[in-house]
Design a protein around this ligand. Structure first.
Ligand SMILES: Nc1nc2c(ncn2[C@@H]2O[C@H](COP(=O)(O)OP(=O)(O)OP(=O)(O)O)[C@@H](O)[C@H]2O)c(=O)[nH]1
Ligand SMILES: [Mg+2]
Length: 235
């Protein structure tokens, strides 16, 4: 079977990225890694480019400005299709997504699922390290996405996912309308509406210990707008 691609979008993850790449290699020795960095001021991109010189399984995409998570994922899919990768796994750079579960997510796609999702909200899933306010915000975002848009998936906002070739080919046909975190809801909505098969696999999500969160009030507001737009049956 051809090699899968692990796609990691980064913005100011200098304290995490090299250690994460190492752990991904250990957990998934057969996968290549693509870091998509948006000119992080903390030098994340330079660290990755340095590492690339001695790591044949690592590639980097350097974008000129902070262009958002949505376009980063889409750029990752385009790269995968162009280079012949049959599956792409996406994950955050901050160790919130357990690298040891990468093989389970990829295996689900190899077995025929179009989208596998590392899920905090199915039995066996958990969140470690989040204060009550953050838990409520995330739970509410998921309840609203499920009720308002009619999504069946329980974890609609997590970025630990593995996409099949078919899912990627379908998703790149149209640009995303949301650029930030709400892109995760939009990508999922499109997959569900296209009746692509989806499987959630329980994960323990652990809050970042290094680096700063990029979620702002503006992002939360934008996510609400995205849900409102998707509620109308458009995607
Ligand atoms: N390329 C790119 N990556 C981004 C951008 N915004 C966030 N990221 C990365 O996307 C992933 C998720 O961002 P986080 O800041 O961890 O967001 P979060 O996990 O929802 O929130 P925290 O865990 O509280 O930080 C991380 O790997 C970030 O570095 C962006 O605009 N461009
Ligand atoms: Mg995070």
């Amino acid at each position: 079977m051809a090699r899968p691609l692990v796609c990691i979008p980064t913005y100011n993850e200098a304290s995490n990225i090299l250690a994460l790449i190492e752990e991904v290699h250990v957990a998934a020795p057969d996968a290549d890694v693509l870091v998509i960095d948006d000119s992080s001021p903390d030098g994340t991109g330079e660290l990755v480019r340095d590492r690339m010189l001695k790591d044949a399984r690592l590639d980097a995409m350097a974008r000129p400005a902070k262009l958002g998570l949505g376009t980063a994922y889409m750029a990752g899919f385009a790269f995968a299709l162009q280079h012949g990768y049959p599956t792409t796994l996406t994950m955050d750079a901050d160790f919130s997504h357990p690298p040891e579960l990468i093989p389970a997510l990829i295996a689900a796609v190899d077995e025929g699922v179009n989208l596998s999702i590392g899920s905090r909200y199915v039995p066996g899933g958990a969140i470690v390290g989040w204060a009550i306010g953050r838990r409520i915000l995330s739970a509410l975002a998921n309840i609203v996405a499920r009720q308002a848009i009619g999504l069946r998936t329980r974890d609609c906002t997590g970025g630990f996912r593995c996409y099949s070739l078919r899912a990627m080919q379908f998703l790149v046909t149209r640009p995303l309308r949301s650029s930030g975190y709400s892109a995760l809801i939009e990508l999922l909505t499109r997959c569900e509406r296209a009746d692509l098969s989806i499987k959630e696999i329980p994960i323990t999500f652990t809050d970042r210990t290094h680096g700063r969160s990029k979620i702002s009030r503006q992002e939360v507001f934008r996510a609400m707008l995205t849900v409102a737009r998707l509620t109308g049956g458009r995607s």
